[in-house]
Design a protein around this ligand. Structure first.
Ligand code: NAI
Ligand code: MG
Length: 369
């Protein structure tokens, strides 16, 4: 059995509380032959700032570079509101994404049957929903130059953001989407606005060519991003994998994720290039939620987003799809039994804390494995 090196970065706030449940799950898996993981732990965010005066140290970055996957909790909060910009807790997250060149952000939107009534949409629209948004994360309008505000000198200012995409950037994110689709519903919807944007024209062209060259077995459709937003709330189950640029992906992934309920349920993955020498890729897995200072220290944070992020690491970094399935099925089974953390409680359910929810999921994994 291969041994994988994980760098655990709990961060601050509820990051440390939900990471504790992942640590217990990893320990359980190690001791029951369900994988072999070596873990190291590092400081990031407010925890790193308090101890070392930086958002993430060079030493911790080196650990991240040397690991097979980074498992990240959450960072931020009012305690660090006045620290210098470069040392803000969030800067640690940005440095990890940048230095590891994590250009593909995967945000699944899964609706667990037990929670279908919590959606703002009708049960039949979301029940059983399982789609994956693949957002380009390191290019586009968030990074393109020029990016500035110019004083025109006549009482007017001009703000400029620039959307830039090169062929290789579109191709590599497209490849991630097509490869994912092959392991899922074999369908990719590529979303851009070729009707008004040159980057949309190139995006469309590159996706079409990549599809014809390498992925003819996967169904590809091109959808204008605004129409895609409409379709996501009208009938989201028509989609399997959606691939889109940084800005549209930011919006569409937030819309898609909220079809299915609480922030406390939503995992994510960020992937970089495959290293030809080892066949592994740089990767980081983290819940979508932040450090939730309002509930920190109370032991009530929902650990499911964090546990589901770890399941994504098993699937996308290590090819441990069966083990990932165990965790995801265990989460669904725990919810089916009526256990809820406070953020997802409803009538007739039993409210439990972080620890109990984590243990219940581990117990279900034990039953399945
Ligand atoms: P947040 O995600 O931390 O919290 C939003 C709301 O959702 C809060 O009411 C919180 O209690 C609740 N919530 C979030 N996760 C939960 C969980 N697992 N279980 C139960 N309830 C949960 O976002 P907010 O409040 O806007 O930001 C707080 C801090 O976190 C800020 O400093 C922000 O910059 C940072 N942040 C960090 C992120 C990261 O580390 N990736 C992502 C988003 C925000
Ligand atoms: Mg967003």
């Amino acid at each position: 059995m291969a041994t994988y090196k994980l760098l655990l970065l709990p961060g601050d706030g509820i990051g440390t509380e939900v990471m504790a449940e992942v640590k217990r799950l990893i320990a359980w898996m190690n001791s029951h032959g369900l994988g072999s993981f070596e873990t190291e732990e590092g400081l990031v965010g407010g925890a790193a700032y308090d101890a070392e005066g930086v958002a993430i140290s060079d030493a911790t970055m080196a650990l991240a570079q040397a690991s097979d996957a980074v498992i990240f909790g959450a960072v931020g909060g009012p305690k660090w509101a006045d620290v210098p910009y470069e040392a803000r807790p969030e800067a640690g997250l940005l440095r990890l994404r940048k230095d590891l060149a994590l250009y593909a952000n995967l945000r699944p939107a899964i609706c667990y049957p037990a929670l279908a009534d919590a959606s703002s949409l009708k049960r039949e629209v979301v029940d059983g929903l399982d789609i994956m948004i693949v957002r380009e994360l390191t290019g586009g309008v968030y990074f393109g130059e020029p990016k500035t505000i110019v004083d025109l000198g006549n009482g007017q200012k001009r703000a400029i953001d620039t959307q830039v995409y090169d062929t290789y950037e579109i191709e590599r994110i497209g490849r991630v989407a097509f490869e994912l689709a092959r392991k899922r519903g074999n369908k990719v919807a590529s979303m851009e606005k070729r009707n008004v944007m040159k980057s949309g024209v190139l995006w469309n062209e590159v996706m079409t060519a990549l599809h014809a060259r390498e992925f003819k077995d996967v169904a590809l459709e091109h959808v204008l991003a605004d129409a895609g937003g409409m379709q996501l709330v009208r009938w989201p189950k028509q989609f399997d994998v959606i691939v889109t640029d940084n800005l549209f992906g930011d919006l569409l992934s937030d819309v898609a994720s909220m079809l299915t309920g609480s922030l406390g349920m939503l995992p994510s993955a960020s992937l970089g290039d495959v290293d030809p020498a080892t066949g592994t890729r740089k990767s980081m897995y983290e819940p979508v939620h932040g450090s939730a200072p309002d509930i920190q220290g109370k032991g009530i944070a929902n650990p499911i987003a964090m546990l589901a992020s770890f399941a994504m690491a098993l699937r996308y970094s290590f090819g441990l799809g069966k083990e990932a399935d165990f965790i995801e099925t265990a989460i669904a089974a725990t919810l089916d039994k009526g256990l809820r953390t406070a953020d997802i409680k409803s009538d007739g359910t039993t409210v439990v804390g972080t620890r109990e929810m984590g243990q219940a999921v581990i117990d279900e994994v034990a039953r399945l494995a």
